[in-house]
Every structure is written in structure tokens, then in C-alpha cells.
Design a protein. Structure first.
Length: 467
């Protein structure tokens, strides 16, 4: 099943996407070096800020329930709508990145992130707050695939698996900011000052993008965001050839989806990412404080441990994927089964409270979830050409967020059903039954991975044999 995921693959002649033109195939290999790290650094800064906005609700769940006077299901709807918008926008965001470039897409995402977080800061009713989280999810959706595209255009192909993992690793800094800093600021400064301050950081980062970021090594510095397409003469003068024709949208999506590696990558992301996502996005803090009786400080420490441990897993997995792509599937199964076994131990523990050592082991294992989900990109990357990477990455990246929506909704629904009067006084027993919902997406994902793995392996082997 091993495959060299570092090798770019030319699509077959029957692909629905037109073959690359001479202009596109004539690009020099990405140079890497300090300029590449600088471009990636600007892009990943946007991603870190997006993660801060995305996970801010995870430390504000109890405060949000009090501010808006809502129960578990309504509280879940904040995260569910945000994640649904994020997941639904992954393919459009990938197409936009492929067609417009990451600089424009990241700039648009920052504007939406800032608007959404500002709206959430000043909202006093449930509906305005819900719409604000939807706008925030729209902006968040444009960040990760843009950074992946920057990595593919600035770094040699052999570095792509490591760059993807490193992007996820650095993005976890946003989680740390939420759990360690934002939680304390919210407790001391209050709702509106906390969220308004984080929103305005977007303006600073937007200035960085506009002044410092280039889409590719050949792109001019500080290019205008909006301009008319160049004439044929201008294209020949600026690039030595006319710009290649852009493929139509539906064939672009269809060609990426028809690759078994893209579909397998989606299900890998679906199966691995969601347990930690649901825990960090919303239900981890209530589970630890109300279900396990921990203090706010202890609960925040455990949430932070997930993030810190994930950094180590990201470095480990990145090195493994770059050097030994054949370990992809064993690694994915190890992470999924390990996560399932640890949750089974926690949920079946006798007595109302689970010992701290077991909670620590659980969060350490969940620290592998995010890095393992990025392995899904290493199934899609070798079977899609560079001009389709954004679209394929968007398809893969929506998997874990769809699963997170299912988990968030299911946990909230079970909690409401088991809580008399629809309040927020959740019992340890209710939490245990609610978190059993995690096994439904996990089982579905494992079935799909087992079904698609042989097809994806044959396809990669076929493309590697081609001259």
C-alpha cells in the first residue's frame, strides 16, 4: 500500500479536467528557502487567528448559555452552524484558491472573521449571535486550504506532507490562546471587551497579508487585490506566454472527487478529527467541570494538554509521512482505535467521577486526532495535479467537520433529553450517555476507509508506474 506521496502525479487522459497547458507546466520547481518560509509564515498567522476565533466558543460555552438564556441544544447550534458553514465552504474555498490565489482568499477570510467576531461580541440575543458565528465560519473556511496552497507553490513537493503537519501544529497555538488566555480574559474583562479585542486583531493581520504576501515566487510584490484580467499582450509580456485557461468548476470538482485517494482522504479526515474537535469546540469544558467536577483551572489545563500533545504528534507524523508514506493506514487505524478504547474506558468507569490519570491519558490520545486527520491530505495529494490541489484539499478537509457537526448535535440532543426541565444542570450519567454518540461517526468512517483503501492503493500504484 506504500506510495511516494511526495511525487506529483499527472492526471490520466480520461480525467474530466483539461491537461495542464504549456504555460502551467513550464513553472520552475518551488524554491523553498527563506522567502518560502516568509510567505508560509504570513499565511499561517491568518490560520492561527482563525483557530482562535473558531475555538473561542469552547471556553465561553457556559457564559454563552447564561448570556443568551439557552439550553444544550441551542448552545450546540452555535458550534454546529459555524462548523456546517465551514464544511460546506471547503469545496468552494478550494476552487477560489485555485482560481484567485491564496492572497485574495485569505484577505476576504480575514474581513469575514473580523465581522463575525465583532457581531458576536456585541450580540445580546440568540439570533444575532447565531448569524455572527455563521459569518465567522465562512471566513474560517478560507484559511487552511489557502495555507496548503501556499505550501504547494513555495516549497518542493517532497516537503508538502511536513508543511501540512507543521501548519496544523502552528494552528494549535490558536487553541492554546483560547484555552489559556481567552478563558481568563473572559472571566476578568467580560464578554464584549474579550471578543471585540480578538476581532480587531484581524485588521492587523490583514495589513500583513496585503503588504507582505505573494501567491507564488513569481508573483509581484503588493499586487492589487482586484484588477481586470490581463490582455493577451500583457500576459505575454509579463509571463512569456498567455495565461492558461481555467478549468470549468464542475469538471474540476468531479475530477478531484473521482480519484479514490480524494474520497479516502475525506473519510480519514472524517474519522480521525471529530472526537477532539467536538471536545475542544464546545463540550470539553462542560464535561470536565460539570460532568467530572473539576475546577475551571484544571479543565483548562486538560484542554491545553490536548493542544500541546498534538504539536508533538504533528512533528512525528509529518516526518513519518515524508519518509515512509506506507505507514499512513496503520497510523490512522491506531489513532482511531486508541481513541475509541480510551473513551470506552472513561465512559464505563465505575462511579460518578473518573480518576485524573485516566482523563490525562484520554486527552493525550485525543491529541493525536488533529495530526492524524491531516494524513487524509496525503492520500489526495499524489493523485491530483497541482492546479487541482486546492479543490481536492477542500474536499478532504470538510470530512472531519461534518463528523464534528454530527457529534455536537448528538451530544447536545442526548443531554437535553436526559436533563429535566431543559436546563443546564447536566449530570455525570447524562454526559456519559451523551458521549456514546462519538461511536456512530467513528464506525461509519472505519467502514468507508476499509472500503476505499484497496481502490486508492491500486490507483496510486497505477500512476506511479506511468512515465
Amino acid at each position: 500500500m506504500s506510495a511516494d506521496s511526495a511525487l506529483p502525479v499527472t492526471p490520466p487522459a480520461t480525467s474530466a479536467v483539461p491537461a495542464p497547458t504549456a504555460a502551467s507546466s513550464a513553472h520552475r520547481p518551488p524554491p523553498g528557502g527563506r522567502a518560502a518560509w516568509g510567505a508560509w509564515g504570513v499565511g499561517v498567522t491568518v490560520y492561527v487567528l482563525a483557530v482562535v476565533h473558531r475555538t473561542s466558543l469552547g471556553v465561553a460555552g457556559i457564559a454563552a448559555a447564561s448570556r443568551f438564556g439557552i439550553g444544550a441544544s441551542a448552545l450546540s447550534s452555535f458550534a454546529i452552524l459555524q462548523v456546517l458553514v465551514y464544511a460546506g465552504m471547503q469545496i468552494p474555498a478550494g476552487l477560489l484558491v485555485d482560481r484567485l490565489g491564496p492572497r485574495r482568499v485569505l484577505s476576504t477570510g480575514l474581513v469575514l472573521l473580523t465581522a463575525g467576531q465583532l457581531g458576536f461580541a456585541f450580540a445580546t440575543g440568540f439570533t444575532p449571535a447565531l448569524l455572527s458565528r455563521a459569518v465567522l465560519g465562512l471566513g474560517d473556511a478560507m484559511t487552511f486550504v489557502s495555507v496548503l496552497r501556499l505550501g504547494a507553490r513555495w516549497f518542493p513537493a517532497a516537503h508538502n506532507p511536513f508543511i501540512a503537519q507543521l501548519t496544523g501544529l502552528v494552528g494549535t497555538v490558536g487553541n492554546l490562546v483560547s484555552t489559556l488566555v481567552l478563558a481568563q480574559v473572559l472571566h476578568s474583562a467580560g464578554w464584549t471587551p474579550t471578543f471585540a479585542t480578538t476581532a480587531l486583531l484581524g485588521l492587523v493581520v490583514l495589513a500583513m497579508v496585503l503588504l507582505l504576501l505573494r501567491d507564488t515566487p513569481e508573483s509581484p510584490a503588493r499586487a492589487p487585490l482586484f484588477r481586470l484580467p490581463p490582455t493577451a499582450a500583457e500576459g505575454r509580456a509579463g509571463e512569456g506566454a498567455e495565461a492558461p485557461k481555467r478549468p470549468a468548476l464542475l469538471p474540476q470538482i468531479r475530477a478531484a472527487w473521482q480519484e479514490p485517494g480524494t474520497r479516502l482522504g475525506l473519510w480519514v479526515h472524517f474519522t480521525t478529527a471529530f472526537p477532539a474537535s467536538a471536545f475542544l469546540l464546545l463540550w470539553g469544558m462542560p464535561f470536565l467541570m460539570e460532568g467530572q467536577g473539576l475546577s475551571r483551572t484544571s479543565a483548562a489545563w486538560l484542554l491545553s494538554l490536548i493542544i500541546i500533545v498534538s504539536m508533538g504528534f504533528a512533528l512525528l507524523f509529518g516526518q513519518l509521512m515524508s519518509r515512509r508514506p506506507g505507514v499512513r493506514t496503520p497510523l490512522v487505524f491506531t489513532v482511531v482505535l486508541g481513541t475509541g478504547l480510551l473513551w470506552a474506558a472513561v465512559l464505563s468507569w465505575p462511579g460518578a467521577r473518573v480518576p485524573m490519570w485516566l482523563l490525562v491519558v484520554l486527552v493525550v490520545v485525543m491529541g493525536s486526532n488533529g495530526p492524524a486527520s491531516l494524513v487524509g491530505l496525503d492520500y489526495a495529494r499524489p493523485v491530483n495535479p497541482p492546479e487541482r490541489i486546492g479543490t481536492a484539499s477542500g474536499i478532504v478537509n470538510m470530512g472531519g467537520f461534518v463528523a464534528a457537526v454530527l457529534a455536537l448535535f448528538g451530544i447536545g440532543l442526548v443531554l437535553d433529553l436526559l436533563t429535566p426541565g431543559g436546563g443546564d444542570d447536566y449530570t455525570p450519567h447524562a454526559f456519559r450517555l451523551a458521549f456514546c454518540v462519538l461511536y456512530l461517526p467513528m464506525a461509519l468512517g472505519l467502514v468507508q476507509i476499509l472500503r476505499l483503501r484497496p481502490q486508492a492503493a491500486r490507483r496510486e500504484a497505477e500512476l506511479r508506474r506511468r512515465p
